[in-house]
Write a protein that binds this ligand. Structure first.
Ligand code: C2E
Ligand code: MG
Ligand code: MG
Length: 764
């Protein structure tokens, strides 16, 4: 039973109200009744006395008139009216012994009256009686008046008594309701605290007394026997938790605010949890701080969820490395630190070499496994000192910083190149790995994330251009160069789309055995709308790096074959047309199908189409792959030439196994060869090698007749050089061919005639 219910019971309201009612009724009834009773008693005695008095008087007279008195009414009336004061409002009536009325004097008292009689005795004998009646209407009015007044008094007394009782009752009921709701809410609060894992605590400065609610014991896994003390509690907090808690509580006390802090704490069972502790200061009436109190909430679940969210939001699900979002934050932090401490840092952007090939040839699962392996290699090498992220695809980033402030970024780049090099085994397949790195340093190359990223990217671009597997550091001019290239690339794309400004020139190739034009090399020309003619050695690399080369290559192939077919159709003798094929085209498109389609579409004889491939096709590619592509091309019946021979990496052993028909000896071997014995020998060796392998040798870039004469002497088959003709528009090239063939024919005939004449001379 609650205190309020007890209070209500002790007040005992109903009997009290009943008693008040009884008192009120008594107060209303008793005074008029008493008054009426006393008055009637008094009047009764008075009237009886008067009746006796009159009876005594009449008795005396009756005694004298023993027989006649009954008829002497006047006399009797006189006797009775003797005392007039008595007759006022009084009626006196005389009755015979037999009860018959003799006379009445006085005023009729009305129906409401008080009567008393007295016997008339004469000579000891009852002869009649007198009756005195007085009206009671006046008394009745008085009693009524008194009753009204006393009733009013009674009612007043009742309410005066009952109202406070009712108010008290209402107050008690309200109090009871309030206490019920308070109890309910307290229960709910405890339940909520248990659900929300919140407990409250307080600490008293004076008594140095720390109090925990039940929930705190539960949260911290301590039994109720444990008596918490401030010092013991501080030791629960892990790391620098105790210091941070004290700081937060000192602040709460100083500022009078609620302080809140998240801490890790060791529970009673040894497990570690995360807790949010709030602190508020308690003051006495004079405003002095007397203690602190607050709550402690177990937020381990929330922290775990936060950690998972953070992992999801800021990490790459494949490799587990930080993703771009976290990378940008960490890069920003690093820049900030470097600026504040005047130290050095660097951003290294990595782009894996040949990753696309792995994906294309071995499938995405192997590609993914390779990315995981690279992430692992990077983490193992740099993880402890530097921050590593995967920005997407095969792009990784390293935010490098030195604890001492002076970063050896070259060493970091060197380590990365070292670890991502050679081969790695995935699913029992050896995969070649390599990376290009672009580096931008802090603060020299940028003081914000955007600048650093852009500059590292420019450096990466340079590293890739310079031939992969290396790093390049940002230099101020790079930006402009890249901008120019980007602009070029976009102009080039427009030219290709609109078929405007791009055309093919044809450079004749002279067969040294016949001096006739054996074929033409198709060479692309670009007339830029504002800059004029641009050399292919400038825009082809741009087209290669912007992936435009595949479209350009396809366009060139089609145009060249159409042109050569047109010449054939016009009756020109069959001559070969050579088309340059970029390596990107070879691996980036289905060149084999494209070639087949163009041949089928035009009906051009495949043996008259020569595809020129450079040695760079051998770089970065597996032998089997190269061989299978070349074999597929050869299956179309086309001729394959190895262009620019001698300028790049070539393993001779490797070369001998590939199905090339022609060897195009690069210009550098021809240039200046006539004046140098050593170079002549070198050239002789190359030509000998080609011939030895059964290839047609083509010398590029012969500019003088001496060079041609030497080449002829060394056994070279074909020459392509300015000495005969420059690359020129189709019509001019055909015109040259006709003239050259005519001249060759003329020369042959002349030679024939000379030979015949000398024969004739000899016979003579
Ligand atoms: P390349 O395939 O080795 O072509 C031969 C280059 O040597 C041509 O330069 C040609 O004009 C030049 N040349 C020929 N004879 C002489 C000479 O006697 N003296 C000098 N100094 N140069 C001579 P061009 O046309 O500027 O082409 C340069 C390179 O651009 C080509 O080298 C080729 O690698 C590339 N290229 C040209 N057209 C195409 C194309 O349609 N597709 C692809 N992928 N590359 C092309
Ligand atoms: Mg060529
Ligand atoms: Mg060449």
């Amino acid at each position: 039973m609650s205190a309020y219910r007890k209070l209500n019971a002790s007040i005992n309201l109903k009997p009290r109200i009943r008693a008040a009612f009884v008192v009120a009724v008594l107060l209303s009834v008793v005074p008029p009744l008493t008054y009426a009773t006393v008055s009637i008693g008094y009047l009764g005695r008075h009237v009886a006395f008067v009746a006796q008095l009159q009876a005594a008087r009449l008795s005396k007279y009756i005694y004298t008139q023993e027989t006649m008195w009954q008829y002497q009414r006047v006399r009797l009336a006189e006797i009775l009216e003797l005392d007039e004061s008595q007759l006022a409002e009084t009626q006196l009536t005389v009755f015979r012994a037999n009860g018959r009325k003799i006379l009445s004097v006085g005023t009729d008292p009305g129906r409401l009256n008080l009567s008393r009689s007295a016997p008339l005795v004469s000579a000891g004998k009852l002869v009649g009686r007198t009756e005195v009646s007085i009206p009671l209407a006046g008394l009745a009015f008085q009693v009524l008046g008194l009753a009204v007044l006393s009733t009013l008094f009674g009612i007043t007394a009742y309410f005066a008594r009952v109202r406070p009782l009712r108010s008290l009752n209402t107050a008690v009921r309200q109090l009871e309701d309030f206490s019920d709701s308070l109890r309910r809410r307290t229960a709910q609060l405890y339940e909520a605290q248990a659900l929300g894992k919140i407990g409250d605590w307080s600490y008293d400065f004076g008594a140095r007394n720390l109090w925990w609610s039940d929930e705190v014991y539960r949260l911290l896994h301590y039994s109720r026997n444990f008596v918490p003390s401030y010092g013991a509690v501080l030791s629960l907090y892990a790391g620098d938790g105790a210091r941070r808690l004290i700081e937060s509580q000192v602040q709460a006390r100083r500022d009078g605010t609620i302080s809140k802090i998240d801490l890790r704490a060791r529970r009673g069972d040894g497990s570690i949890g995360h807790f949010a502790v709030t602190t508020k200061t308690r003051y006495d009436d004079s405003g002095n701080a007397v203690g602190i109190y607050g709550t402690i909430q177990d937020i381990s679940d929330r922290k775990e969820a936060e950690a998972q969210l953070e992992q999801l939001a800021y990490h790459d699900p494949l490799t587990g490395l930080a993703n771009r979002a976290l990378f940008q934050r960490r890069l920003d932090d690093m820049i900030d630190r470097c600026m504040r401490k005047a130290s050095n840092g660097a951003l290294l952007l990595l782009d894996l070499d040949r990753f696309k090939d792995v994906n294309d040839t071995l499938g995405h699962t192997t590609g993914d496994a390779l990315l995981v392996r690279i992430a692992h290699l990077l983490s193992r090498t740099l993880g402890n000192q530097h921050f590593i992220a995967r920005l997407g695809g095969d792009e990784f980033a390293v935010v490098a910083e030195s604890a001492t402030g002076d970063l050896d970024w070259q060493a970091v780049a060197g380590e990365v190149l070292k670890v991502i090099s050679g081969t790695t085994m995935i699913d029992q397949v050896d995969i070649a790995i390599g990376t290009s790195i672009g580096i931008a340093r802090v603060p020299d190359h940028g003081a914000c994330v955007t600048d650093l990223l852009r500059n590292a990217d420019l450096a990466l671009y340079r590293a890739k251009e310079e031939g992969r597997g290396r790093y390049a550091v940002f230099e101020p001019g790079m930006d402009e160069a890249v901008q120019r290239k980007v602009a070029f690339a976009s102009d080039l794309r427009a030219a290709l789309q609109d078929d405007l400004g791009l055309m093919l020139h044809y450079q004749p190739q002279i067969d040294l055995a016949t001096d006739r034009v054996k074929g033409f090399e198709a060479l692309i020309r670009w007339n830029h709308p504002t800059l004029g003619p641009i050399s292919p050695s400038v825009f082809i690399p741009i087209a290669e790096s912007s992936h435009l080369i595949c479209d350009i290559g396809h366009w060139v192939l089609r145009q060249a074959v159409l042109q050569a077919k047109a010449w054939l159709d016009a009756g020109a003798p069959p001559r070969e047309v050579a088309v340059n094929v970029s390596v990107a085209q070879l691996w980036g498109t289905d060149l084999v199908t494209d070639v087949g389609q163009v041949l089928a579409e035009t009906g051009f004889p495949p043996e008259l189409l020569c595809l020129e491939l450079t040695e760079s096709l051998l770089v970065d590619q597996e032998e089997t792959r190269v061989r299978s592509v070349l074999k597929a091309l050869k299956a179309h019946g086309v001729v394959l030439a190895l262009d620019d021979f001698g300028t790049g990496f070539s393993s001779l052993g490797y070369l001998t196994q590939l199905p090339f028909d022609k060897l195009k000896i690069d210009r550098i071997f021809i240039d200046g060869v006539t004046g140098s014995e050593r170079r002549t020998e070198l050239l002789r060796g190359i030509i000998g090698l080609g011939r030895g392998l059964g290839m047609t040798t083509v010398a590029e870039g012969a500019e003088t007749p001496e060079e041609v004469a030497l080449l002829r002497e060394l056994g070279c088959d074909v020459v392509q050089g300015f000495v005969f003709a420059r690359p020129q528009p189709a019509e001019d090239a055909l015109g040259f061919a006709l003239r050259q063939d005519g001249a060759a024919l003329g020369a042959a005939e002349a030679r024939h005639e000379v030979a015949a004449a000398s024969g004739r001379r000899a016979r003579r």
